[in-house]
Design a protein around this ligand. Structure first.
Ligand code: 5GP
Length: 369
């Protein structure tokens, strides 16, 4: 019989972090944003656990370089060639960009050629320890995903491996036999259509709680992927015990995201000298990796057995990525001071989470400038 779990599964918009008395922190400057990650398979990395999504739009070199430069983690998408990645690594070394937290993404389609790609990166471009790999599949439940993960671990025993995506706790232990970080989140992304097209998915807050609990019991880590609408959601994910957060949409309108700025003109209702006033707005294209747009661009079109589980969006242009990165650092530091956490690591220990019906006052939203 089909079972219905009647407990309500919560998302970021269903909760808030309740401010409270704690350690005496007078300034956001006193907060330690760096965390030391000791991974299950032996490696150690240090940084602020925020990733850009491994998507063609925001998993590009320019976005990655900025995140790495500001002490965060970064992925680059799977469609770059070995030589392109090699050149990027060489230039980054030249410019003193720290590469310890850079994750190279590979897909599942042809795991032999993906392993070959990593081996070439190693031999031709000196991609040696520290090495980080992100094995990406929209649905990591398929048996071939676990096989691929096991193979990559066998080939690269000293790498940090992040694998996903999944959306339930039951699979975490299995994956952590080989992976260090489990990427959690199905259907929550802003360019995602999975929930519409398949009815499948798990709200992020409940998912993080479930997966973190299981992963941490065996010294594994998790990354909450997708659904970050505001920087406060990143704070919430950390408070809920997620070790890392991955986001795409919040970086997609920046100068550094792939693609040109798109200009659009709109006729307004205002009339001056008998002419309607034209307003100009600026956008950038953001598309899901399973969208028809991405399939046309990278896979020669949609296969006839698939439906598109991603969409193509024009989202408002937001300017320099540096500003958002500064806001992320500032937002997390401020969250720490509201609950008396001296470091990001301590957020989950200090947080009291409250379930709410109304998290934001949106009364003047349409007047914002
Ligand atoms: P966002 O931060 O924009 O809410 O979510 C980014 C995440 O959405 C990505 O890291 C990835 O997990 C997910 N994603 C990207 N493209 C697609 C897609 O085409 N379909 C689905 N279902 N998810 C996607």
């Amino acid at each position: 019989m089909t079972q219905i779990l009647s407990e309500t599964y919560l998302d970021y918009s269903d909760i808030l972090i309740r401010p409270k008395m704690g350690m005496n922190l007078n300034s956001r400057r006193d907060v330690n944003l760096q965390r030391i990650f000791k991974f299950k398979h032996g490696q150690i990395r240090t940084g602020l656990g925020v990733f850009n999504a491994n998507m063609a739009t925001v998993g590009n070199f320019t976005v990655a370089q900025k995140l790495l430069g500001s002490g965060m983690f970064a992925t680059i998408h799977k469609h770059y060639t070995v030589n392109e990645i090699g050149d990027f690594i060489q230039n980054a070394r030249h410019e003193n960009v720290p590469l310890d937290n850079l994750f190279i993404t590979i897909g599942l389609k042809n795991i032999d050629s993906e392993i070959q790609k990593l081996k070439e990166l190693e031999s031709k471009h000196n991609w040696t320890n520290p090495r980080n790999i992100c094995i990406e599949a929209p649905n990591f439940y398929i048996p071939k995903a676990l096989d691929a993960l096991a193979r990559v671990r066998a080939e690269f025993p000293d790498a940090v491996i992040m694998a996903g995506n999944i959306a339930s706790g039951d699979i975490c232990l299995k994956l952590l036999d080989y992976a260090d970080i489990i990427k959690c989140g199905i259907g929550s992304g802003s360019a995602c259509l999975t929930r519409k097209q398949t009815g499948c998915g798990t709200p992020m807050v409940s998912l993080i709680l479930e997966c973190a609990d299981i992963a941490h019991s065996v010294n594994g880590h998790i990354c909450a992927d997708g659904g970050i609408v505001d920087i406060g959601d990143i704070c919430k994910a950390f408070c809920l015990n997620s070790d890392f957060v991955m986001a795409g949409g919040i970086f997609a309108g920046t100068d550094e995201a792939a693609g040109d700025i798109i200009e659009k003109h709109y006729e307004t209702s205002e009339v001056i000298d008998g002419h309607r006033v034209i307003q100009t707005k600026y956008f950038k294209r953001y598309y899901g990796m399973s969208s028809e747009y991405a399939n046309n661009k990278f896979a020669g079109g949609m296969s006839d057995y698939k439906t598109s589980e991603g969409r193509e969006l024009l989202i408002p242009y937001t300017g320099a990525l540096d500003k958002i990165l500064q806001d992320i650092r500032g937002g997390i530091a401020s969250c720490c001071t509201y609950i008396g956490a001296t470091s990001v690591k301590h957020l989950s220990k200090c947080a009291t989470i409250i379930q709410v019906h109304n998290q934001l006052n949106k009364v003047f939203e349409k007047y914002s400038v």
